[in-house]
Design a protein around this ligand. Structure first.
Ligand code: HEC
Ligand SMILES: [Cu+2]
Length: 345
């Protein structure tokens, strides 16, 4: 029984948690009070107008009472709109990225979670994040639908193949927070678990610094050995150290791909216009399209430019960019996005 009540004590570990709980409590109590009004009212009327005597008088014909009906409708409408507005305000906050967020790429695959930091550090089923700092997870799936769910944060976001979804949060409590996959994704779905470890910002900095130094010295990080145990066999361990010294940044890998995949034939990164637009300063800025609409170049826009270049064509250019669907692996797309992002925004 005591264990049962523990579910009401789920920690509120992100800035959103308290707000979601407040809305949830409001909906709960509105429902509870309505329920009591209906049930008590019903019981009272059943008793008050019960059949009495041997020859009961006939019930008078009721024609309705407009003021009552209208006020019930109005009150219900106000309550529903209040819930809608409240939810809309919270939802807007959830989906709005804070500028200067710490970005982490997340890949869901059957049946684990991979994390990649902008310095190239990869972890599996475990990620460290600093307390009090906005974090932005840029998520994609390598296979089927997954969903990244952190109950302690009261946040959940579907992870889909072929596009990015994002999850923004600011953790306010240190400690380990459980991540679940909340979208049935096959046999080991229930084992698709990860831990988000929230630490003080100084500790986070130290954790990254140590790794960066180790990498530049070519030391095997302890992390790789640790996490390989929890991985199903037969999958290459992305946390395993790469041979070679300096840490390879996703943006640097993207830069190499940019040349290797022939993007340089049509795109400069200096501002000069070739067959295609220069990719300098595109990310995060508005792009004019040939159907006279405008769009802000975010991760998904860049991704779509690579996989379906004809869907959104930049104004003043011919739709001649070839599709890279099938040619570029998901990791390569992530790297190219990181590179284009690094070209200034
Ligand atoms: C044959 C020439 C050509 C090649 C090769 C090419 N592109 Fe393009 N690209 C274009 C053209 C033309 C446009 C503008 C028209 C459009 O949006 O489709 C464009 C648009 C883009 C955009 C949108 C830019 C903006 O300003 O909104 C991105 C991002 C992009 N390309 C990235 C790449 C990357 C990365 C590669 C290499 C993997 C690549 N392109 C290869 C011709 C090319
Ligand atoms: Cu899953």
């Amino acid at each position: 029984m005591i264990q049962f009540f523990k579910i009401f004590e789920l920690p509120r570990s992100s800035t959103m948690a308290g707000k979601i709980d407040a809305l949830y409590d409001f909906v709960f109590w509105v429902s509870m009070i309505s329920f009591l009004i209906i049930v008590i009212g019903m019981v009272y009327f059943v008793w008050r107008y019960r059949r009495r005597g041997v020859t009961p008088e006939p019930t008078p014909y009721i024609t309705g009472h407009t003021p009552t009906e209208v006020s019930v409708a109005v009150v219900l409408f106000i309550i529903v709109m209040a819930i809608f507005y409240w939810g809309w305000v919270d939802y807007t906050e959830i989906i709005t990225s804070k500028p200067g967020s710490l970005e982490i790429n997340v890949t869901g695959r059957q049946w684990l979670w991979e994390f990649e930091y902008t310095n190239g550090r990869k972890t599996v089923n475990e990620a460290l994040v600093p307390k009090g700092q906005p974090v932005k997870l840029i998520m994609g799936s390598a296979d089927v639908l997954h969903s990244f769910y952190v109950p302690d944060f009261r946040l959940k976001q579907d992870v889909v193949p072929g596009a990015y979804t994002k999850l923004d949060f600011t953790a306010i409590q240190t400690g380990e927070h459980q991540v679940f996959c909340a979208e049935y994704c096959g046999t080991a779905h229930s084992k698709m678990l990860a831990k988000l470890k929230v630490v003080e910002p100084e500790e986070y900095q130290k954790w990254q610094k140590t790794w960066e130094v180790e990498q530049s010295l070519g030391v095997q990080p302890a992390q790789a050995a640790e996490s390989s145990e929890s991985r199903p066999t037969g999958i290459e361990n992305p946390a395993a150290p790469r041979h070679g010294a300096a840490p390879e940044l996703p943006a640097e890998r993207g830069k190499a791909l940019f040349t290797a995949k022939g993007c340089t034939a049509c795109h400069s990164v200096t501002g000069q216009i070739l067959v295609g637009p220069s990719l300098k300063g595109v990310f995060g800025h508005e792009v004019d399209l040939n159907d006279d609409s405008r769009i802000t170049a975010d991760e998904n826009y860049i991704r779509e430019s690579l996989t379906d270049p004809q869907l959104k064509v930049v104004k003043g250019f011919q739709p001649v960019m070839p599709t890279y669907k099938g040619t570029l692996k998901d990791e390569e797309i992530n790297d190219l996005v990181a590179y284009i992002k690094s070209l200034g925004n």
